[in-house]
Ligand binder design. Structure first.
Ligand code: PMT
Length: 402
């Protein structure tokens, strides 16, 4: 695949694998990409900027200020310029900086400013790569939506053998091509996604809600955005750190508010994804003042909330796609498939409460995807961003003009 017109920021950090970034640069440039390299200070101990500048055909950047000219290397502009931010190799030190918002060099400042997707290819010694602090930091980066190009197994510079070698440049090129080949397959499509929990007020300080963190919905929103869609998020209250600027974003609290927002958008949408965990019931009356604990018992009369997916399913046109989720504790497949029909969905994504590593709050999920046609597919436990990407692949199979 040609990478013509694609702008790639390539970060290079201090690792013996830095020599491989020369090969990687050559491959990316040969494929047509415009490559801007940023080196960390310690990368200079492993490879010269002259080599990388020659191969990338651009001066290498490493400091906030260009050496003599007094001109500022604007990390914000760099972050906005790129279509992809790739750091290969990334050392344990830079992984820790990225995971914790440490911003003490041009590379880490650019990371914090970048709005484009980020891919990192770690390279470190066997025990370093397995150290709980590194695992924890990588997990955090994964939860930020960064793609980790897992280190390969083989002989390491230390003489030890095991996992830690930076992914070979040819394999990284393949990942980059895969990323760009996917980015445009939802171009021009309008997608709304409901996500997170809803909160149903009992009184001014209390509410009924659930454990949804919004992570699954947000991973879907990012996946659609990366693949070219115009994404409209309707989110219940979440504590997840998200980049709202990248989306059309509406914050809501109650199921009714979510319904009103989704209903207003629906006629213009090509795809509606109902990933929110909507409270099925809400208090019939919201107390004006905080309810006092005067009585030994308290009953709250609940009434059924509007079913957003069902209601919009009634209005669905032939060229629109609806994707629902199901969270079941028993008769999972049967219940999910009956919701698929009842709510006029094209796809339902079942996540089980019984699977360790799947469902609420976690960074990973395991899902069973059912199509209206009867076809179905199952995933293993994977990061939610990878699950999201698989769901998008399944949406492409729905027989309408997407
Ligand atoms: O947010 P996370 O912590 O990452 O967790 C993700 C998730 C588990 C919340 C998510 O993947 C998920 O399963 N969301 C739907 C959970 C749910 O409410 O399932 P349900 O079986 O009750 O609803 C079925 C479908 O109808 C869902 O698409 C739901 O959004 C929709 N629905 C339900 C009730 C309602 N009043 N309105 C709706 O639109």
């Amino acid at each position: 695949m040609s990478l013509k017109g694609k702008r790639i920021l390539l970060g290079v950090t201090g690792s013996i694998a830095a020599y491989k970034s020369a090969f990687l640069t050559r491959l990316l440039v040969k494929a047509g990409a415009e490559v801007q390299i940023i080196m960390s200070a310690s990368a200079f101990d492993f490879i010269t900027p002259l080599t990388l500048a020659t191969l990338s055909k651009k001066p290498v950047l490493s400091k906030f200020q260009k050496d003599d000219s007094g001109v500022w290397n604007n990390h914000v502009e760099l972050g906005l310029w790129a279509d992809l931010f790739l750091v290969a190799p990334i050392s344990a030190n830079t992984v820790a900086k990225f995971a914790n918002g440490i911003c003490d060099n041009l590379l880490s400042a650019t990371y914090l400013s970048a709005r484009c997707p980020v891919m990192i290819a770690p390279a470190m010694d066997l025990d370093m790569y397995q150290h709980p602090s590194v695992r924890e930091n990588l997990k955090r980066l994964l939860s930020f939506g960064n793609q980790i190009l897992d280190a390969e197994t083989g002989e390491l510079a230390s003489g030890l053998s095991g996992q830690g070698r930076m992914m070979e440049p040819e394999n990284i090129l393949e990942k980059v091509e895969e990323f760009f080949s996917k980015t445009q397959d939802f171009k021009g499509k309008k997608v709304q996604i409901t996500m997170g929990p809803t909160q149903e007020a009992i009184d001014p300080v209390r509410f009924i809600s659930n454990h949804s963190s919004g992570k699954m919905g947000y991973a879907l929103a990012e996946a659609f955005l990366e693949r070219g869609a115009d994404v409209f998020v309707i989110s219940g209250p979440i504590s997840l750190k998200v980049n709202k600027e990248r989306f059309h974003w509406k914050d809501i609290r109650s199921a009714n508010e979510m319904f009103e927002a989704a209903k207003a958008l629906h006629p213009k949408m090509d795809i509606s994804v109902f990933a929110a965990a909507v409270a099925d019931y809400a208090p019939a009356k919201v107390a004006k003042e905080k309810i006092k604990k005067n009585d030994a018992e308290l009953s709250i009369h609940l009434i059924k909330n509007v079913d957003i997916a069902y209601s919009l399913g009634l209005e669905k046109k032939l060229n629109q796609i609806h994707v629902g989720f199901a969270l079941e504790t028993e008769n999972e497949s049967k219940n999910a498939q009956s919701k698929l029909k009842k709510k006029n969905l094209d796809i339902i994504v079942l996540n089980s409460m019984k699977e360790a590593g799947a469902g609420f709050q976690l960074d990973t999920n395991k899902v069973h995807i059912f199509h209206r046609s009867g076809a179905s597919t199952q995933t293993g436990i994977s990061p939610k961003n990878q699950i999201a990407s698989l769901i998008l692949d399944q949406i492409k199979l729905v027989p309408v003009q997407v």
